[in-house]
Ligand binder design. Structure first.
Ligand code: NAD
Length: 330
């Protein structure tokens, strides 16, 4: 099955491309190289340098390549930037996705896979211990956030424009399914980390810490470091995309480890792996930052046959080894 990977020259997209090549799938990539790099791709994979806002450019690509499936990773994915430039974010993340959906409909593609985000779509969650305060007689409680871990049925409550963009795309995709029968899989990723990650991406904390630690530079933790995230290794995420392409399922799936890790723990693991001895500085916690988020991924286990296989320490070890190699060849 010939598969178009948008954003295939980026961090996650380039891992998906390599997995697809391993399964002998024919792959083409569309990427404007905003954060992606040609060198992230194997030499024999055709790269169309096209912006997904360019409807005519995408139409030319479809006419030339006639892909049978689309794995849509291209996006602008920086939360802070999305608040500063909401228009460009909507143009790339929403209009760009609609351009693709129109072509996927016109060319009758057999599958549309969409990279969504658990981190930004669900918003704030309630820690298990906080449940104890529920239902106090007579208490006037503010609307309570849904309990953690988030399941696919937790109500989405994005707190930023990037999360709103992704949720909006999810609604459009569902409508293309209802109105035109488009088979789709939406994958809501947790915090993805691993080789080739850009420090400016959605969840670049591993890349930022490991880069600074290996260069023996100062490191900074925002807030008290108690914020909890679900860190999932990029190979596991790429494998979820491959499984999503293969099956004939349509649906939305969380893709994470199901385990929370606080930033202080992540910091200690990376300091240990890189031999970094300096103490971190502290920066103020960004306004509106979610305190805790992690994902229940049992639906992906049952229906896609997917679960994360690489544990955090092993994934960080592989990432640090790659960063050392990249620094040595730079
Ligand atoms: P990335 O920046 O490395 O990859 C995005 C790719 O899209 C890049 O190659 C970039 O050049 C390309 N791109 C950006 N704007 C484009 C445009 N207008 N036209 C064509 N190409 C464009 O980021 P990533 O971390 O690999 O993210 C991949 C996808 O996964 C994104 O959709 C992101 O929202 C989603 N996601 C990432 C994470 C994470 O933890 N990294 C978590 C949840 C969801």
């Amino acid at each position: 099955m010939k598969t178009l990977v948008t954003g295939g020259a980026g961090f996650i997209g380039s891992h998906i491309v390599r997995w697809l090549r391993k399964t002998n799938c024919e792959v083409v990539v569309a990427d404007n190289l905003r954060t992606g790099k040609r060198t992230n791709l194997p030499d024999n994979v055709p790269l169309y340098e096209v912006d997904i806002r360019d409807q005519a450019g995408l139409a030319d690509l479809f006419a030339a390549e006639r892909p049978q499936a689309v794995v849509h990773q291209a996006a602008m994915a920086n939360v802070r930037e999305s608040m500063e430039d909401p228009i460009t974010y909507a143009e790339v993340n929403i209009i760009g996705t609609l351009h693709l959906l129109e072509l996927v409909k016109d060319y009758n593609c057999s599958k549309f896979i969409f990279a969504s985000t658990g981190g930004a779509v669900y918003g704030e969650g309630r820690l298990p211990i906080e449940s104890a305060t529920e239902g106090v007689r007579g208490a006037r409680l503010a609307p309570s956030p849904p309990p953690l871990p988030f399941t696919e049925d937790s109500p989405p409550q994005p707190k930023d424009n990037y999360g709103a963009n992704k949720l909006s795309c999810e609604h459009y995709i569902e409508l293309y399914h209802q109105n035109y029968g488009l088979p789709y899989v939406i994958l809501r990723y947790a915090n993805v980390y691993g080789p080739r990650q850009d420090v400016n991406g959605e969840a670049g904390v591993v890349a930022i810490f490991s880069g600074a630690m290996l260069a023996d530079q100062a490191t900074f933790i925002t807030g008290d470091g108690g914020q909890q995230r679900d860190f999932v290794y990029v190979d596991d995420v790429a494998r979820a995309n491959i499984l999503a392409l293969k099956g004939d399922l349509t649906g939305t799936y969380n893709v994470g480890t199901g385990l929370p890790t606080d930033v202080n723990t992540l910091y200690r693991l990376l300091a240990d792996l890189t031999g970094y001895g300096r103490k971190p500085g502290h920066l103020p916690r960004p306004t509106g930052e979610v305190r805790a988020t992690w994902l229940d991924c049992s639906k992906a286990g049952k229906e896609l046959g997917w679960e994360a296989e690489v544990d955090l320490r092993e994934g960080l070890r592989r990432t640090v080894e790659w960063a050392k190699m990249a620094a040595a060849t730079a």
